[in-house]
Design a protein around this ligand. Structure first.
Ligand code: ATP
Length: 217
């Protein structure tokens, strides 16, 4: 009784990734079962919310017994379709892009970085970790054999829309966008935005509220 993914709310999908992270750690520690209250303790996500999230995908766990860790891990992995390696390409071999290429978490979660592209002739042809930086002009040609459907975009905001259009033209269907700009994409192409600055701004606001309260005391 699996509900089509399009009906699953995005926040649920995000939390599934958090559960997966926890299950991975529990599995590494050879812990076989986990209760929803333990999930709450470790992730901060309410136990009832956890059960509701899983209910979108059918029956899990036994009342009073908890959830079998390897089994739940495998099922969430399948739900998120990260049960086999997925090729990912990265555009922009700048400071941020270079750091992402070296991040081992990608491979741990079966996201395999297969190519890095840039438009700077000073960078093209140079190695970056285990890859050679490719000319963005060859994006479509190279991706016709790489067949990546996911791209990480780490170019400056001024270049992002243009690069985004090239990505779509090269067969990319999902973009993780680090550029602080709203991308316009055709239907059927998914974008997730990552904004450090936005996150920092929210944190800064919380602190300033707190400081304000302290000042008033
Ligand atoms: P650097 O100063 O070494 O380029 P940076 O991280 O400060 O590093 P950014 O200006 O943020 O650089 O750009 C990130 C990367 O995106 C750079 O490597 C840049 O060459 C690349 N880039 C910029 N425009 C494009 C484009 N149109 N297509 C592909 N890559 C691009």
């Amino acid at each position: 009784t699996q509900v089509p993914n399009s009906r699953v709310p995005v926040p649920t999908l995000e939390r599934l990734a958090t559960y997966l992270r926890l299950l991975h750690d529990l599995d590494q520690a050879h812990i076989e079962t986990v209760s929803s209250s333990e999930v709450e303790r470790q992730t901060g996500i309410n136990a009832a919310q956890f059960r509701k999230d899983l209910s979108y995908f059918g029956e899990f766990g036994k009342p009073g017994v908890g959830y079998n860790v390897p089994e739940l891990r495998q099922r969430i992995t399948r739900i998120l379709k990260i049960d086999r390696p997925k090729p990912v390409i990265l555009i922009g071999a700048g400071n941020l892009g270079s750091a992402l290429v070296g991040y081992p978490g990608l491979k741990e979660h079966q996201f395999e970085l297969v190519a890095v592209f840039d438009n700077n002739y000073g960078k093209i042809g140079r190695p970056l970790w285990n890859l050679i930086i490719q000319d963005i002009a060859r994006l479509k040609e190279l991706n016709s054999s790489l067949k990546a459907r996911i791209a990480i975009l780490a170019v400056p905001a001024s270049a992002a829309q243009d690069v985004c259009e090239r990505l779509v033209d090269a067969g990319i269907r999902a973009i993780l966008n680090f550029a602080p700009v709203l991308l316009r994409v055709p239907d059927g192409v998914y974008v997730r935005n990552v904004s450090f600055i936005q996150e920092l701004a929210v944190l800064s606001y919380h602190l300033s509220e707190e400081e304000e309260r302290e000042r008033q005391q």
